[in-house]
Each structure stands twice: as structure tokens, then as C-alpha cells.
Design a protein around this ligand. Structure first.
Ligand code: TXA
Ligand code: MG
Length: 329
């Protein structure tokens, strides 16, 4: 793994990208698996490394708003308003794709997803890489398809690894991810803007910025693997339970090794101590940034079952409830 702060790490990452290699990059959401978006073979290698179907579109990561017109056409005014408000940051805009954008990026669809990450290391990497033609990096989350997303460099090292034993050329270590949940995705490619994926930028924030309602995308929305019902899943079966139902569920599962994630007061009130416990953070921000790390820890506990006490069913918790629901599917 490359130490994030050093120039040598950045140089190694640039060289690898230039040569068509694969580089794990830290972002403020989760670690990404980056390749040069203009290089068909490099992008196709990311699908192979993840074991992801090649018809799933990828997000192109760019250095900022200036790149938008190099990758998209028919850009509606709302796209500029949202980019101005939230870039660089955890917001992905889906727009009509420009000619440049090959089918290896878009899975053959006529739209492209764009985002400018704010993590300083990756922002600098893309800036150095992008050049006058605003080259971009495709980057799905750096995990095997369907598994838990990585929020630390170590998760990527454990899952995909570095060549020759592993699959990547360089893992840039930028520390634990600030938010820990994938970017909010907004579809701006047809009609009124809709939410394709919930994230740290909430519906309320989008509506406040745009001044009108932003509904969820319907069933006819562009394909997105994060929309598959079972996604972000631990290997161990995970169930969501209410705090009230937890003691009874534990009694049902007596004899099994059960790992539990619940608030401290709920754990304290249990009559017996489960096989493995994790205290869930109280605030939405802390819960989100620790979510995938906690799911990794619960999975690594090698239990027979994971029980997670459902967080509040509140709009602010939409992204977290969405990811937990898919982890449990
Ligand atoms: O926070 C994030 O967005 C992270 C970091 C690395 O930037 N990336 C990420 O990428 O979550 P990925 O590939 O794991 O998830 C992107 C989702 C996928 O479900 C993909 O199908 C969808 O976005 N997607 C990509 N391009 C699209 C498009 N043109 N239209 C609709 N959905 C698209
Ligand atoms: Mg993913």
C-alpha cells in the first residue's frame, strides 16, 4: 500500500493510470477502483477485477465543473446549480453523455454519471491526470461485486489486493473515508431531476438548493447496480430488528453464534451477552462514516447470524436505512 501523503505515492498512481493500470483511490465516500475513462481496456479491467457485469455503467470522476462539458451534452441549468453547490463533494450527476464517452463507461446507455470527489489526495491526482482535455477516472467502489464497500485502504487490500497476488497496481492510502457512504446520485438526463441513490446529500438539501421537490426515480430509471435489492451485503446473513424485538430474536437464535450491533443502552439492557457486540453510533454522521467498517467487523466476527437494531426511520437516515436494507436482503 502506498502512503497517501507522499509525492512518490501520487507519482506511482499517475504512472499506473497512464499505463492503463488500476489504482484504488480514497474518496470522501468510499474507496474507488480507478482507471483512465478514455482507455477501453483499462476500464474493462475494472469490471474483471470486481467481477461486475460489464453492462453496468461507471461514474466518471473529474476535477471540477469545467470538466462537465467535456463529458456531457444537453446540460440542464439544475446541473450547474447542483455542481456549484456540492462539488467537489459526494454528489453524482447523471447527464446525457457526450460523444467521447465510450460504451465501456456507460454500459451502452446514452447517459454518463459525473462526480468531482473532494478528498484532497484524489482531487490532486485527478487534477494532475486530467490535462487540457479534462480526462477523467472511472471508479466503481473498490470491492468485489455485491460485497461491502471499502471505507479504509485495508479493506481494499484484504478484498482485491495488489499484484502479483492481487488485482491492483497501486492502492493509495488516504486514511478512513470521511462520510463512508456512496455519493447521492441525481438523474438530470430527462425531465425533472430524480434521486437514483440516497447519500449524505439528502433530499432535503437538494430540494432546498433547487427550490422544488426531488422525488425518487421510478422503475424506468437508468440501470444502477446500487439499486439491486441485494447489495452491499456481508457474507453472514444479516437481519434488521427493532430494539424491542431484539431480546426475543436472540432467544429464538439460542445455540447460534450471533453478532449484534445496537445502541449502548440496548446492549446494556440485554439479559445475556451475545457472542459478539458492536455499539452503534448515535448520530447520523457517525453512523454513516462507520457503517461499512462496522459491517466488515460484524462479518469478520465469524458468527452464524448478524442482528442490527434498526436506526430511526427518519428522512435524515434515508441513505443508511437504504444500505442496511440492501445488506439484509
Ligand atoms: O461515492 C461513490 O459514488 C463511489 C466513489 C468511489 O466515487 N462510487 C461508487 O461507484 O459508488 P459504484 O460503481 O459502486 O456505484 C455507482 C452506481 C452504480 O450503481 C451504477 O450502476 C450507477 O451508479 N451508474 C453509473 N453510471 C450511471 C448512469 N449513467 N446512469 C445511471 N446509473 C449509473
Ligand atoms: Mg458499489
Amino acid at each position: 500500500m502506498s502512503e497517501g501523503s507522499s509525492n512518490a505515492a501520487l507519482d506511482a498512481a499517475l504512472k499506473a493510470l497512464e499505463a492503463g493500470g488500476l489504482v484504488a483511490i480514497p474518496t470522501e465516500t468510499v474507496y474507488g477502483l480507478a482507471a483512465n475513462a478514455d482507455n477501453r481496456d483499462a476500464v474493462l479491467a475494472t469490471y474483471a477485477a470486481k467481477g461486475r457485469p460489464a453492462d453496468h455503467p461507471l461514474i466518471v470522476h473529474v476535477d471540477g465543473m469545467d470538466a462537465i462539458e467535456h463529458w456531457a451534452v444537453d446540460i440542464p441549468p439544475e446541473a450547474w446549480v447542483l455542481a456549484e453547490a456540492y462539488w467537489p463533494g459526494p454528489l453524482t450527476l447523471v447527464l446525457k453523455k457526450a460523444e467521447r464517452c465510450g460504451p465501456w463507461v456507460t454500459g451502452g446507455q446514452d447517459t454518463v454519471a459525473l462526480r468531482a470527489p473532494s478528498h484532497p489526495l484524489t482531487h490532486n491526482l485527478i487534477k494532475a491526470f486530467s490535462g487540457p482535455t479534462h480526462r477523467g477516472l472511472t471508479a466503481p467502489s473498490a470491492n468485489t461485486f455485491g460485497r461491502i464497500s471499502p471505507s479504509r485502504a485495508q479493506h481494499v487490500a484484504d478484498d482485491l489486493g495488489v499484484k502479483p497476488e492481487g488485482k491492483l497496481d497501486v492502492i493509495l492510502d488516504g486514511g478512513p473515508c470521511e462520510f463512508g457512504i456512496e455519493s447521492t446520485m441525481v438523474n438530470l438526463s430527462s425531465g425533472t431531476p430524480t434521486i437514483l441513490r440516497h447519500g449524505v446529500i439528502t433530499r432535503e438539501m437538494l430540494e432546498e438548493t433547487l427550490g422544488f421537490a426531488v422525488p425518487d426515480a421510478g422503475g424506468d430509471a437508468p440501470r444502477a447496480s446500487g439499486r439491486l435489492k441485494s447489495h452491499y451485503a456481508p457474507k453472514t446473513r444479516l437481519e434488521l430488528v427493532s430494539a424491542e424485538d431484539l431480546p426475543a430474536r436472540l432467544a429464538d437464535l439460542a445455540g447460534l453464534k450471533v453478532a449484534v450491533m445496537a445502541p449502548a443502552n440496548v446492549l446494556d439492557a440485554l439479559p445475556t451477552h451475545p457472542y459478539f457486540t458492536l455499539t452503534s453510533p448515535n448520530t447520523v454522521r457517525d453512523y454513516g462514516s462507520a457503517l461499512y467498517d462496522n459491517l466488515h467487523k460484524l462479518d469478520d466476527a465469524a458468527s452464524d447470524r448478524i442482528l442490527v437494531v434498526s436506526p430511526p426511520q427518519d428522512p435524515d437516515w434515508a441513505a443508511i436505512n437504504d444500505r442496511l436494507g440492501r445488506a439484509a436482503a
